[in-house]
Design a protein around this ligand. Sequence first.
Ligand SMILES: [Zn+2]
Length: 345
Amino acid sequence: MKAVIIHEHGELDKLKVEEVPEPKYTEDEVVIKVHSAGLNHLDIWVRKGRGNLNLPKPHIPGSDAAGVVVAAGSKVTNVTVGDEVIVNPGLSCGSCEYCNRGEHSECISFGIMGLTRRGTFAEQVAVPSRNVWPKPSHMNFNEAGAFVLSHLTAWRMLMTRAQLKPGQTVLIHGIGGGVALSALQLARLANAEVIVTSSSDEKLERAGQIGADHTINYRSVEDVAQNVKDITSGRGVDIIIDTVGAATWPIDFSAVRRGGKIVLCGVTSDAQAVTNLRTLYWNQLTILGSTMGSEEDLHQMIKAVTKAKLKPIIDSKAKLENIKDATGRMETGRQFGKIVIEVCR
Ligand SMILES: [Zn+2]
């Protein structure tokens, strides 16, 4: 079968498309013929080997996927051959203190497809059966293969961690990225008032079309936090969804209201940031870290998007052979929505 292969960490030229043996699977695993696989920022970090990552090589990246089950181990009961499915990319042991509590993304051995085991940028992928869920019927394969990681992450940030209530105001940095756009869609679903930022007027206009109430071009304003204050009559927002890190962290502390919440799920800028501790305690802020989501988060998110017939925003699609160009588009921040790799077509 064909797959995207990394033999060594580095730049885009380290992404190779090669023939490799079909995956082996255990009695608790299934093999999926991958129709579509969405790109995530994680795929860039995996290829670059960020954080002294030293994966067994050759490695196959890719976390999200939708496809059809082509083989199932003898102990698998939740799906059968021929089922149209999606993958929950979060890998948990199912038996530690945190898994027993239902907090699967807090698992002591938490991993992610395409990071801690071979991923989805391949014609076939072996996946633990508990990570295989039915494909939402209102989505096509491209949509279904590109929404789980970003929508699950955004759902947990907004609903589980920040406990978003209807009518609250949410600030989302860097609209255009996967999690940011998912957060916009889900916050609107919960009747929140949403402010988004970007350096691109075009992206801001499109964000407005899909429901952002207010937009701020952070390149053309002097003080983003002051703009947020102006929009909220001096109060600040209830919740900030931060996927950026060091570049937006100081803004967060000025733009959030007293008693407000800052939720961080990743860093597309730097991981080291200065925190204004005086603002933190005096304004009684809550800082929340968030990673992917639990099975309950996933269940609730899929139920909500299915009921609303909500679909992820698709930026573009590419063949497996064009993985370098597709990844380059994301790496330079040109995308608005998910980039989908069409694998088996
Ligand atoms: Zn566990």
